[in-house]
Write a protein that binds this ligand. Structure first.
Ligand code: SAH
Ligand code: SF4
Ligand code: F3S
Length: 437
């Protein structure tokens, strides 16, 4: 019988895709995936450290494996990703979890296969973290798990050093892949039947292909030129780099979805400066205006942080104002979490937990009401959904429209991977209920 693996993924889409690369390595080693951790011969935790609670989740879940490992001594436990990549964290993990067999970081993920072989060969423990990023690696074959969507990394790392953020420290400097490799990957994915390609990077707008110097808007247009019916999405865009040229490129092809994730973080210019975001709320609103000039129907989503050091009631009100002004289609809201080693972690005037709680509740209320308003406008409309999955519990198929709204519907036949039209009967927060046409 084949040996089995189970991967637990935390964090962003970058990590989701990295887990597909890990799955590729494990399947080459002869492992097959299993749903239950208890059945696994190898468990890999692909971790995130963007906020304290992301780390706490991982700590809790790795901790729970102590008993299982005691009962199943041959089981291999590997912990990788952003968490161990933090300076000194691998030591902490080693001490806290003596039963973990393999610890690796973000820069040596492609070596996991060798680490597993070393472990199977009798090595007691493998702990290796690379201090810095190497060249972009090409050619590893991921085992994709999100059909009909396929993730394509176009850049790695980040150079922006927003003062609150750990990503530049754990993912290294920004590196772009070569345009020809991205185009070749996209062409073969479309040929294989993938219907949605999502380009990934911490800041896709600053993509510059080594070699031919191709920039993001041109890459997008070239990708949209690939034959076949498919959708193109990309994330994330940094407002400081969002250009009219990109808006124009987005409008140039029906394949590019009319939605943009443009994290604003705060509506207060003082806080944006302290965050090192390099734009003001006015600049942000201007970018939205440019976007809407080319794509009036474009859905805009965002990320928001409350409780950044020194955030006053007035600063917070400015965030609420900006949210009201833009009318986001949906938004992710976070309470600021100090990350060791970042500039903001050393800033004075921490906002008390109670105040953060009040602010996040007020912000979530506002964001939810906007989400509901946008969803309500769908009722009575027909929308094209790319069916992604079947929800066993509800007995319904689901998928998203080009604006990113999730639609649920009944169907007699399996339509996963197909574009279908539904007539929207009801809106429910972020999701739509419809009838297949
Ligand atoms: N590269 C993307 C986002 C990466 S992290 C960008 O620049 O927009 C995803 C989101 O997590 C960020 O947009 C931010 O809102 C949030 N985040 C990052 N660090 C955080 C911290 N220390 N505390 C709370 N939220 C944080
Ligand atoms: Fe973090 Fe800022 Fe880079 Fe996004 S742009 S990953 S928030 S440093
Ligand atoms: Fe988390 Fe690393 Fe992504 S810290 S958000 S998994 S880049």
């Amino acid at each position: 019988m084949n040996k089995r693996y189970h991967i637990v993924t935390y964090g962003c889409q970058m990590n989701v895709h990295d887990s597909e690369r890990i799955a590729g390595m494990l399947s080459r080693l002869g492992y097959v995936s299993c749903d239950r951790i208890d059945d696994a011969d190898i468990v890999v935790f692909n971790t995130c450290c963007i906020r304290e609670n992301a780390e706490n989740h991982a700590y809790g879940n790795i901790g729970m494996l102590k008993k299982l490992k005691a009962a199943k001594r041959d089981m291999i436990i590997a912990v990788g990703g952003c968490m161990p990549q933090q300076i000194g964290k691998a030591d902490v993990l080693c001490k806290k979890f003596p039963y973990v067999d393999i610890i690796f970081g973000t820069h040596n993920l492609n070596r996991l296969e060798e680490y597993i072989k070393a472990k199977l060969g009798g090595k007691k423990r493998v702990v290796e973290i690379y201090g810095s990023e190497g060249e972009v690696t090409e050619g590893d074959i991921p085992l994709r798990t999100s059909y009909p969507n396929a993730w394509i990394n176009i850049t790695y790392g980040c150079n922006n050093f927003c003062s609150y953020c750990i990503v530049p420290y754990v993912r290294g400097r920004e590196r772009s892949r070569r345009s020809e490799n991205i185009l070749a990957e996209a062409r073969s994915l479309v040929a294989e039947g993938y219907r949605e390609l999502t380009l990934l990077g911490q800041n896709v707008n600053s993509f510059v292909s080594p070699g031919d110097g191709m920039r993001f808007p041109e890459l997008l247009e070239k990708l949209a030129g690939i034959d076949g019916k498919f959708r193109l999405r990309f994330m994330t865009s940094h407002p400081k780099d969002f250009s009219e040229e990109l808006a124009r490129a987005m409008a140039s092809s029906g394949k590019i979805c009319h939605c943009l994730h443009l994290p604003v973080q705060s509506g207060s210019d003082r806080i944006l400066k302290a965050m090192n975001r390099k734009y003001t709320s006015g600049d942000y609103l201007k970018k939205i205006e440019i976007l809407k000039k080319y794509l009036p129907d474009c859905a805009v989503t965002t990320d928001l942080i409350v409780g950044f050091p020194g955030e006053t009631d007035e600063d917070f009100k400015a965030t609420l104002e900006l949210v009201k002004n833009v009318g986001f289609s949906s938004a992710f809201t976070f309470v600021y979490s100090p990350r060791k080693g970042t500039v903001a972690a050393e800033m004075p005037d921490k906002v008390p937990e109670e105040v953060c709680k009040e602010r996040i509740i007020e912000l979530v209320d506002l964001v939810n009401s906007q989400t509901r308003d946008v969803s309500a406008k769908y009722v009575g409309r027909t929308c094209e959904i790319l069916c992604e999955a079947y929800d066993e519990k509800r007995g319904l198929y689901l998928g998203r429209d080009e604006y990113g709204r999730m639609g649920y519907f009944a169907s007699d036949k399996n339509v996963i991977g197909e574009f279908v039209d539904i007539s929207v009967k009801e809106a429910n927060g972020i999701s739509l209920m419809g009838e297949l046409l």
